[in-house]
Design a protein around this ligand. Structure first.
Ligand SMILES: O=C(O)c1ccccc1NCC(=O)[C@H](O)[C@H](O)COP(=O)(O)O
Length: 272
């Protein structure tokens, strides 16, 4: 599927179709409300980004990209009682290599201001976790204070991936490409990318299997950081994924479902 196509499962629009359709409307409204020239005036637009590569490979840190996620289409409300400040500070103190902050409001209960807050409070890279379709969102990510953007192969054509990645790199940000299978991987690799994430969650039907990471790792070229994403809840799995060649691990729900996500992460990392 690309930005312009649509997929169905059993004749029904997938959640990704619905997210993409809504996102296109939101982008147009945002563009009218805040033109790009205004985004380019923000203080964060001029800051130097933290290096995603350096932080993920820093042996003093854990390799974990810890996610602030209030709710999700697959789980509904996960935790809407905690603040970005307390959670991201907790994650950073527990050794997170980066923070992932969802900005989609309709499906994930996120806010753009969450990225601004996470950026202000922490000194590690912040990933703006969004369904990126348009150059406007890339410029906006920089203006919010993001260091990294996510590009999802399932919703972008190869030329769209390269165009958005080039823009992000030109603005000094890093780029994480997300794939779920071999076909997406093989058509989506470009030198502008910094990292390839294997999403263990099938975004059409929500099934989660870490086997996707093991199946794809050997096909990711050496120059890219390798990130395993979603459904990670066992410290032993992290150790095994690291042995298989992964450098980073994106974890959301396993921490966010606890009353104190930062403390949950601190307990988790003691075990690997
Ligand atoms: O999490 C979902 O239900 C979901 C549904 C549709 C599109 C994306 C979705 N999640 C985004 C993510 O990739 C995860 O938030 C991230 O990898 C962390 O996953 P987890 O540790 O399982 O919360």
């Amino acid at each position: 599927m690309s930005n312009t196509e649509s997929n169905t499962v059993n004749g029904q629009a997938t959640i990704l179709d619905r997210i993409v359709a809504k996102k296109k409307q939101e982008i147009e409204a945002d563009r009218r409300r805040t033109p790009i020239v205004r985004l380019e005036e923000s203080d964060n637009f001029f800051r130097e980004c933290y290096s995603f590569r350096d932080s993920i490979l820093d042996p003093a840190l854990t390799g974990i990209i810890a996610e602030f996620k209030r709710q999700s289409p697959s789980k509904g409300i996960i935790n809407n009682k905690v603040s970005v400040k307390e959670v991201t500070n907790g994650y950073a103190s527990a050794g997170a290599s980066a923070l992932s902050v969802l900005t989609d409001r309709s499906f994930f209960g996120g806010k753009k201001a969450d990225v601004i807050e996470a950026r202000k409070r922490n000194k590690i890279p912040v990933l703006r976790k969004e369904f990126m379709l348009d150059e406007y969102q890339v410029v906006e990510a920089k203006a919010l204070g993001a260091d990294v953007i996510l590009l999802i192969a399932a919703i972008l054509r190869p030329d769209e991936i390269q165009k958005l990645a080039r823009l992000a790199k030109g603005l000094g940000m890093s780029v994480l490409l997300e794939v779920h299978n071999r076909e997406e991987l093989d058509r989506s690799l470009f030198p502008e990318l910094d990292a390839v994430g294997v999403n263990n969650r099938n975004l059409a039907d929500f099934n989660v299997s870490v086997q996707h990471s093991y199946d794809l790792v050997e096909h990711i070229p050496a120059e890219f950081l390798k990130i395993s994403e979603s459904g990670l809840s066992d410290p032993t799995t992290i150790t095994e994924l690291r042995s298989a060649g992964f450098n980073g691990f994106l974890i959301g729900e396993n921490f966010m479902k606890q009353q104190d996500p930062g403390r949950a992460m601190a307990e988790f990392v003691k075990q690997f």
